[in-house]
Design a protein around this ligand. Structure first.
Ligand code: WTA
Length: 710
């Protein structure tokens, strides 16, 4: 892209996305067909299932997913496109997500475990919560929420770790139609506060503490920071509901605030065995908000619907996770992310299976913990991210073989997985017995968009596979021309049609919803025809001749750290709050475990000299405002940033410096001489620390080369 894009506004995400049109050589990794024993039991084993989801059957094909749910009232219209691209699914239908995930299973599964919770300390026994018990707990907590005056349409924020109280709280909110917004517990209190303010929540639900890597963390302190941050943005929080990790005993050091903070176990005692009718809600009513990063400093509250979302996660859990009621399913993601919402809570529970929830870090106290849990609970479906797989492989490559568990099915999600890592997952973790699905999707999409159907399609390491049932993707170049399959060329992956799991809007920012996801390839903003509104996913991709997609990563200014999206603008705007800092730029650095990590470059205002104290200030500001997950690997205080003549920081040049790759053409820079200075400064420091990366793959090189466009 040219210099004339320098004056794009912060909101103009589409124009800032970079060219993904780079030739990518396809290395075929070979196919891994499902074993006959898997096919024999699979929910989808007949290729004819694809016939039910072809384009000519759209959108009615998706009623097969909606029919997996219990509806109080059936819908009148499957898909309403009258307010394009704000799609409405199953219009006129009435249902309740809590009823579908809990009540309806009481008839035949009351005494079956809905959730098995595994505390991090191995000395604490796991807790199996039956559907009956879940029903009681959800009702009691719903009674608490109701007694606070909360009602359908209100928003509530949860800042909860991986404890069973979190799904209980989600399902209690869903029971009443209260829109929940769960913020990842690893995010800072301030980050939670921004999201409270954005969503307009008046109640925050938290916990006193939880275990992470052997330490009982004080989590309550973050609630105080959250309330303060929300207040600064004009949003009062009236009540903070504090669960206790050990009921009756307070595990935090931070004092409770009189009149505002209440222990949930005390409140629950007032509502013992109380029942709350599940509200009859519209399919198009919102179920929850899930915040994610974009290319501006303000996170996006992705709003998901009740009917469309729940149908989509139930359908994809059935066919892609191959969940049967008798399975013991363990998704080692965090419920604070979309993966946990869709594939720990809503999808598996809608199908009435047993979903395992683990409190702590995967390798605590050692690299064999997941395999011991698998043996103890009889886990047969396992779901995790490339980052966890890389880490478990690094710290305990031979551990899985020592434990007598047997997975039939495994998932990888959230980042591209290197074929070599895929093969370790297959051979060592799966013992060559389990199918693998590499599922490509996003916070915005509710559920899987690209994946093999595990009982039908062979897996191919490094590729997510074909489109999910009923999803019609295409790869487009910058002008909207289709890049043909098998051409070896990359482009922007789009989804041509709406699907039930797609988010409804960005909370409070409908214009940004349209401009970010739909404006790029829409030719007629007045059109009510879905064919005119391809969904722009923001990922680069290639499609092989066999129809399998390979996802190359983000084409916008988002860095995927350990499978979590961090916006460069978000990071940079925090760095700029440090008084001494004049300019800041965040770039990705390839990392063998976390996929990518962040490095931050800052230049100082006149009169200040670089010092470790300023570095620490920048680092602390990021940890305080966003969370530890965003902590930069390095902060480089440089004399100046490489810039275009119109003053835009050239992130691709500093990204190349951090990754020891070729900086490319720098002759058009306003200050080309700075590039060599920065290179010497950064690379000699990295050499001294032993931080020279391995040789990068072609995909990685392409990402660095085009990072941030220009
Ligand atoms: C990336 C996570 C390669 C992609 C569910 C996407 C993937 C972003 C895959 C969404 C995959 C997700 N292979 N890349 N299987 N799955 N991604 O919103 O860049 O946290 O746009 O949702 O992760 O991240 P999000």
């Amino acid at each position: 892209m040219a210099d004339d894009l320098n004056d794009v506004t912060d909101d103009d995400e589409v124009s800032e996305s970079s060219e993904a049109l780079i030739a990518v050589h396809w290395t075929d990794e070979g196919y891994y067909p499902p074993p006959p024993s898997f096919v024999a039991q699979a929910n989808a084993s007949d290729p004819a299932i694809r016939e039910q989801f072809t384009e000519d059957k759209f959108p009615d094909s998706f009623t097969a997913y909606a029919d997996l749910l219990t509806w109080f009232k059936r819908w009148d219209t499957v898909l309403d496109t009258s307010n394009a691209p704000f799609w409405k699914w199953f219009v006129g239908g009435e249902l309740n997500a809590s009823y579908n995930c809990v009540d309806r299973h009481l008839a035949d599964k009351a005494n079956k475990a809905a959730i098995i919770w595994v505390p991090e300390p191995e000395s604490e026994a796991h807790q199996a919560i039956t559907y009956r018990e879940l029903y009681v707990r959800v009702n009691e907590f719903a009674a608490v929420l109701k007694s606070l005056g909360l009602k359908a349409g209100d928003r509530i924020t949860f800042h909860m770790p991986m404890v069973p109280e979190l799904p209980v709280a989600m399902l209690a909110a869903a029971r009443l139609g209260i829109v929940h917004s769960q913020v990842f517990a690893g995010f800072s209190g301030t980050a939670a506060g921004h999201r409270i303010a954005d969503s307009g929540s008046t109640v925050l639900v938290t916990i006193d503490g939880y275990y992470r890597s052997g330490e009982l963390l004080d989590h309550k302190v973050k609630a105080d920071e959250a309330v303060e941050a929300a207040a600064k943005e004009g949003q009062p929080v009236d009540k903070v509901l504090v669960f206790r990790r050990y009921p009756g005993q307070y595990s935090a050091k931070t004092p409770m605030v009189e009149g505002r903070d209440v222990f949930v176990d005390d409140l629950l005692a007032e509502h013992k065995a109380e029942l709350v009718e599940p509200a009859h809600l519209q399919a198009t009513d919102p179920l929850f908000l899930m915040y994610t990063s974009g290319t501006t400093g303000r996170p996006k509250g992705c709003q998901h619907s009740i009917g469309g979302y729940l149908s989509y996660v139930a359908g994809t859990s059935k066919y892609y996770q191959d969940i049967h009621p008798d399975d013991t399913y363990w998704c080692l993601a965090d419920i604070g992310w979309i993966t946990g919402h869709s594939y720990i809570v809503y999808g598996p529970l809608a199908l009435g299976t047993t979903s395992v929830i683990y409190e702590g870090t995967p390798n605590y106290p050692d690299a064999a913990r997941p395999w011991r849990i698998a043996v103890q609970l009889g886990v047969n479906i396992f779901h995790t991210s490339p980052t966890s797989i890389r880490m478990l492989r690094k710290v305990g490559p031979d551990e899985p073989a020592k434990y007598d568990y047997h997975f039939k099915h495994m998932t990888t999600v959230g980042e591209p997985i290197e074929p070599e890592v895929w093969r370790w997952y297959y051979e060592s973790v799966g013992k060559g017995e389990a199918v693998i699905v590499d599922t490509w999707w996003q916070t915005e999409t509710g559920g899987f968009l690209g994946s093999t159907l595990p009982g039908i399609d062979p897996a191919k390491p490094g590729s997510c596979g074909p489109a999910a049932l009923g999803i019609l993707p295409a790869i487009l170049d910058e002008d909207g021309n289709e890049v043909p399959a098998g051409s070896g060329k990359a482009g922007n992956i789009v989804i041509r049609n709406p699907w039930p799991g797609v988010f409804q809007t960005i909370w409070g920012q409908p214009e940004r919803f349209v401009s970010t996801y739909y404006a790029k390839y829409n030719k007629n903003p007045e059109s009510k025809d879905w064919h005119d509104w391809p969904y722009f996913a923001g990922d680069g991709a290639t499609q092989a001749a066999d129809g399998y997609f390979r996802i190359l990563g983000r084409v916008d200014d988002v860095i995927n750290v350990a499978g979590h999206r961090l916006g460069t603008k978000e990071l940079e705007s925090v760095a700029l709050t440090v008084n001494e800092v004049a300019e800041a730029a965040a770039v990705p650095v390839v990392d063998d475990v976390r996929g990518r990590v962040v490095e931050m470059y800052v230049s100082l205002k006149p009169g200040f000299t670089p010092s470790p104290e300023i570095e620490a200030k920048v680092r602390d500001a990021i940890v305080k405002d966003i969370g530890k997950i965003a902590r930069p690997k390095n902060i480089w205080i440089v004399p100046d940033m490489p810039k275009t003549r119109s003053g835009k920081i050239m992130r691709r040049v500093i990204a190349a410096t951090s990754n020891f790759t070729d900086t490319g053409d720098i002759t058009t820079l306003a200050n080309p001489e700075i590039v060599e200075k920065i290179r010497q400064q950064v690379q000699s420091a990295k050499h001294a620390k032993g931080e020279v990366p391995r040789e990068l793959s072609e995909t990685e090189l392409n990402e660095i080369k085009s990072f941030g466009a220009e």
